[in-house]
Design a protein around this ligand. Structure first.
Ligand SMILES: Cc1cc2nc3c(=O)[nH]c(=O)nc-3n(C[C@H](O)[C@H](O)[C@H](O)COP(=O)(O)OP(=O)(O)OC[C@H]3O[C@@H](n4cnc5c(N)ncnc54)[C@H](O)[C@@H]3O)c2cc1C
Length: 332
């Protein structure tokens, strides 16, 4: 698919590959330059109590507990969200019997073809491999996802290369892909989970954003993208309705529900397509060739052409959010 300048022209914004640490650094630096934002790390939100003027949040720092008072609580606490259960969703994330193996390699250590500024995606039986340069081209990010029945919750389990290579056997995988997989000294593993769309995102002055609200499989590379969209939409509704926080939060939830559920479902479907084998994979490959890069990228326009405010409910009014239409039909 043509990315680079073509994607920028098509979608009105560049397509960037960014190392997670660099994205965090950019966000932290933006927050640090804002006089009204304080960041406290190492603090775990355990519970909250809603009262007439907002809420009290119970926070644990090591063995110490403290109470914080606020007018709203936004749970951005990820896949294993404490607040998701607290607002009424008892379902736990479902293990999808796949593990993501992640590592980075110095660009100088890989063949020149792997240093090119493009996303390279390899599809195979029960596995796929994706790699691309990050950090201004100095580092290659490698993610290999393979079928795996061992569940290991967490971001950074340690993976043995021999286990990884078993999913990328020489019988069906290209030597070039396998040679790349042999390069990293260390691998981190991440078992893959998702959840069906939530019925309840919040209550009163409490809501969820990102993986806490809509955990998804990484087959569309959209989890963090959706979290950032959530934040932009939420900020706008809060700014429009500072005197009625619960109404702003309910309107935000309605505005985001359909789009994030659609991306969750599309990610699941992509996973099934990526990991096909035999005849189905053969026809998938022929189909992709026939469709061609231009038309393939057009199939993702509904993701990348999203604009804040498109297809959303009208602004929150003083009367509150109840009765506002559900969003969905307006989405591309
Ligand atoms: C292999 C893989 C590849 C991916 N690739 C992409 C990609 O290319 N593009 C993309 O957009 N997305 C991608 N994603 C998805 C992306 O990583 C997630 O969607 C994203 O990290 C979600 O962000 P978040 O802030 O909602 O949650 P997280 O990033 O999980 O952050 C949650 C934070 O909350 C903290 N926390 C948890 N509980 C509490 C508590 N009780 N109190 C206080 N803090 C708490 C955690 O310590 C953590 O810091 C990928 C995911 C995987 C697994």
């Amino acid at each position: 698919m043509p990315l680079g300048a073509a994607a920028e022209k098509r979608h009105g914004a560049p397509y960037w590959m960014v190392h997670r640490g660099d994205l965090h650094a950019a966000l932290v630096s933006a927050a640090a330059s804002h006089p009204d934002i304080n960041i406290t790390s190492g603090a775990k939100v355990e519970d909250y109590a809603i009262h007439r003027h907002g809420l009290t949040v119970q926070v644990r720092r090591g063995i110490d507990f403290a109470e914080e008072h606020g007018i709203a609580l936004i749970g951005a606490d990820g896949l294993w969200s404490t607040l998701r259960a607290r607002v009424g969703n008892r379902d736990v994330p479902r293990f999808r019997q796949r593990t993501a193996w992640r590592s980075t390699i110095a660009a100088a250590d890989v063949p020149p073809v792997f240093r090119e500024p493009s996303v390279q995606l390899w599809l195979g039986r029960n596995a796929h491999l994706v790699h691309y340069p990050v950090g201004g081209g100095e580092t290659i990010n490698v993610v290999a996802i393979a079928r795996d029945f061992r569940e290991q919750p967490g971001w950074s389990g340690e993976g043995a290369r021999s286990d990884l290579m078993a999913g990328f056997s020489g019988r069906t995988w290209s030597r070039h892909a396998r040679d790349l997989l042999k390069l990293p000294a260390q691998w981190q593993t991440w078992s893959l989970y998702d959840l069906p769309a939530l019925s309840q995102w919040g209550e009163g002055p409490v809501t969820l954003v990102g993986d806490a609200a809509h955990p998804m499989l990484p087959f569309l590379a959209q989890g963090a993208g959706m979290a950032i969209e959530d934040a932009a939409v939420l900020a706008r509704y809060l700014a429009q309705s500072p005197g009625d926080i619960p109404a702003a939060l309910r309107t935000y939830e309605e505005a985001r529900r359909a789009r994030t559920a659609k991306v969750q479902a599309a990610s699941r479907r992509n996973g099934a397509i990526y990991h096909q084998a035999s005849a189905v994979a053969f026809f998938r490959n022929i189909g992709m060739r026939l469709i061609g890069g231009e038309k393939l990228i057009a199939r993702y326009d509904w993701i990348y052409n999203w604009r804040e405010g498109e297809g959303e409910a009208p602004a929150v009014t003083a009367a509150g959010a109840s009765g506002l239409p559900r969003v969905g039909s307006g989405l591309p």
